[in-house]
Design a protein around this ligand. Structure first.
Ligand SMILES: C[S@@+](CC[C@H](N)C(=O)[O-])C[C@H]1O[C@@H](n2cnc3c(N)ncnc32)[C@H](O)[C@@H]1O
Length: 341
């Protein structure tokens, strides 16, 4: 499996408006967590799990830092720890931190930033050191892919046997992530997590887009432009979870130190779809969706094969433009507030 990092050289930063707009729906939950979190003496640490290139973290982190500063009083040092896989384009994150107008580093003298390049399915921070944890659109990415899907690229379309194997990994990942955070959080610390989910009908909102992408890939195989075994190995290692799956480790006593305080699963705005509905600009919508797709899923599907990626993009963009309404859907997410007892 390719490391499930985002498209590099700042591409994800430039094509992740959908994730940013959707995650903004978590602001009310974030505010409640920031009002409830215990303010311990000394350094306050915030972690951003699965930060990617950082652009989407700037606004919510500024909110977190300002609320914690209001509660801790003036002059309290705060450390932001951005974490992602070692293959992440951290250079873009560093540049974003220093140059973007809405960087949380601007005008906040007591705020420091650091980075950890290691999987969040392991412990990343010392025990009892984390005040507040944030993660957006990262926890549906799996630690490993137990198999490649036979006839599709998107785990929601897995066969029953394939789905069982994927669910097992997703359950272990979720429990591992939480168990490590339970160790890192200070008593009274809080986590706010925005994660890909499925609604009661089993839909994540991405299925029509994924089906279209899969059809384009299969057509390229039929034309001899992609080898059959290359297509057969293509599976996106991201699996949205059900409400029951999110709740499971809290209900079976596996995580006695953590309490699931809030869990909201629902549709969140798709920024590209809203703009298209206002403007009717099919070509712009197709470009937005293709950019979103490649930024998030391109490396998992195409690795470093730029000609294959570019061929797919031209066909995919054209296919969206022909029938934009078919793939215009809100994104289903889970927003959780979790407290360390
Ligand atoms: C879609 S991006 C989300 C970036 C950002 N948080 C946002 O809201 O736009 C998902 C990020 O999760 C990271 N990721 C996936 N699996 C991970 C793991 N096991 N440990 C750490 N980061 C991981 C990817 O590298 C990627 O940067």
């Amino acid at each position: 499996m390719q490391a499930p990092v985002m498209e590099g050289h700042g591409y994800y930063n430039a094509h992740s408006e959908l994730q940013a707009r959707s995650a903004a729906e978590a602001d009310a939950v974030l505010e409640r967590a920031l009002a409830a979190v215990a303010i311990s003496p000394g350094l306050l640490t915030i972690a951003d799990f699965g930060c990617s290139q950082g652009r989407n973290s700037m606004r919510p982190l500024a909110l977190m830092l300002d609320r914690l500063a209001e509660r801790a009083g003036p002059g309290r040092d705060m450390m932001v720890v951005h974490t992602d896989l070692p293959q992440c384009d951290f250079t873009s994150l560093f540049v974003t931190l220093e140059t973007t107008p809405n960087s949380y580093r601007r005008g906040r003298d007591h705020v420091f930033a650091s980075v950890v390049g290691r999987t969040f399915y392991e412990q990343l921070l010392p025990a009892d050191s984390l005040t507040f944890g944030w993660s957006a659109f990262a926890l549906h990415w799996m630690s490993t892919l137990p198999l490649a899907l036979a006839v599709h690229i998107w785990p929601i379309f897995a066969t029953t046997d394939e789905a069982r194997a994927l669910a097992k990994v997703a359950a272990a990942d979720w429990k591992n992530f939480l168990a490590h955070r339970a160790r890192e959080l200070v008593p009274g610390g809080q986590l706010v997590l925005v994660v890909g989910a499925v609604d009661a009908d089993g839909a994540s909102g991405l299925e029509p887009m994924m089906d279209l992408a899969n059809g384009v890939l299969k057509a390229l195989v039929d034309e001899g432009k992609i080898a059959a075994d290359t297509y057969a190995a293509m599976t996106i290692p991201a699996r949205p979870r059900t409400r029951e799956e999110f709740r499971a480790p809290f209900q079976n006593g596996e995580l006695p130190d953590l309490a699931l305080e809030e869990l909201v699963i629902g549709e969140t705005p798709n920024a590209a779809m809203l703009r298209w509905q206002q403007t009717g600009a099919d070509a712009a919508f197709a470009a937005d969706i293709a950019g979103f797709f490649i930024a998030a899923f391109g490396p998992s599907l195409f690795g470093g094969d730029k000609p294959m990626r570019d061929l797919f993009v031209s066909r995919f963009t054209a296919a969206i433009e022909v029938a934009p309404a078919e793939i215009a859907r809100p994104l289903v997410t889970a927003t959780m507030r979790i407290a360390r007892r």
